[in-house]
Ligand binder design. Structure first.
Ligand SMILES: NC(=O)c1ccc[n+]([C@@H]2O[C@H](COP(=O)([O-])OP(=O)(O)OC[C@H]3O[C@@H](n4cnc5c(N)ncnc54)[C@H](OP(=O)(O)O)[C@@H]3O)[C@@H](O)[C@H]2O)c1
Length: 269
């Protein structure tokens, strides 16, 4: 039962804090079963205050007191962090890594034991339980391990299982995607300001529209192109706007955005 598992977040920065808050508000794991370790005292204090969990500075203590160890450090730190801990990580623990670009095999290769590893690519809206995560299993992880982690991340939004070779593509759409959406919402609201709306009103219009459109795609199951055609009347306002987007190559810019992000993620490993 995931509720009874002891979760240990190694690294308590932005992403760890967002996941912890999402898990706590979903009540899938009680707060007293979640702990974190962090080397930066300022970050540790901030995460402890904002989440109400215990944040310690000793990674070995965290490993010893956790069933599932969730690696939330930057990709370049993964190897050195695990090298220090490899002797005390046993096969009954589950390692979960959210590091962009770091493969399950590179983590497994650090150990001379069959340590189960699950790789997850989440995004920051896990904080408000509207995250989107993708998971994949390493070679020693079982369906039961994957089921646990799927259940955990589904409590913070959507979660799918993906083949590992596609995880960098996932990073390009949903991992880094919130930043792309913020830029689009900000740009649309600037358009509103140009046409006389107050910025805060324009942001609300743009953000709620983005959320509504996303919900239409998810709830109706209709192809986005079909939904677009349904709101586009001949000679109307919407086609006037859409033709500007096509002339300015917005579609092609977004395709290249995902491509470049995925490429950068693959170089991190
Ligand atoms: N941010 C996102 O939207 C997002 C989305 C999906 C996946 N990710 C992945 O999530 C991971 C964390 O990203 P983040 O944005 O949360 O980074 P972050 O805010 O920098 O958090 C990482 C924290 O871990 C600390 N740390 C580093 N080495 C440590 C060690 N040996 N022991 C304990 N703590 C240590 C860092 O301290 P220092 O600052 O001193 O290094 C930092 O406070 C990355 O691997 C990233 O690829 C991020």
């Amino acid at each position: 039962m995931i509720k009874e598992c002891k979760l240990g977040f190694l690294g308590a920065g932005t992403m760890a804090k967002a996941i912890i808050k999402g898990i706590i508000s979903s009540e899938i794991v009680p707060k007293h079963n979640i702990k974190a370790s962090e080397i930066m005292p300022e970050t540790a204090k901030n995460t402890a205050e904002e989440t109400g969990i215990k944040v310690i500075s000793d990674n070995k203590e965290l490993v010893n007191s956790s069933d599932i160890i969730i690696l939330c450090v930057k990709p370049h730190a993964i190897e050195s962090v695990l090298a220090e801990l490899k002797d005390i990580i046993t096969e009954d623990k589950l390692i979960v890594s959210i590091a962009a670009g770091v493969s399950t095999s590179s983590i497994e290769g650090i150990f001379d034991k069959k340590i189960p590893v699950i790789r997850v690519m989440p995004n920051t809206p896990v904080l408000v339980r509207e995250g989107m995560s993708a998971i994949c299993k390493g070679k020693h992880a079982t369906c039961k391990h994957a089921g646990f982690i799927m259940e955990l991340f589904k409590a913070t939004g959507g979660c799918i299982e993906a083949e590992e070779h596609l995880i960098n593509a996932v990073t390009g759409i949903s991992g880094s995607g919130p930043a792309f959406m913020y830029l689009i919402i900000d740009a649309l609201s600037d358009g509103g300001v140009k046409m006389g709306l107050k910025k805060e009103v324009a942001i609300k219009l743009a953000a709620q529209t983005a959320m509504g459109a996303a919900k239409m795609v998810l709830d109706t199951g209709k192809h986005p192109a079909l939904l677009k055609d349904e709101v586009t009347t001949p000679g109307g306002c919407t086609i006037a706007g859409l033709s500007v987007m096509e002339n300015e190559h917005v579609r092609s810019a977004l395709i290249k955005t995902v491509q470049e992000t995925a490429k950068t993620a693959s170089n991190l490993g």
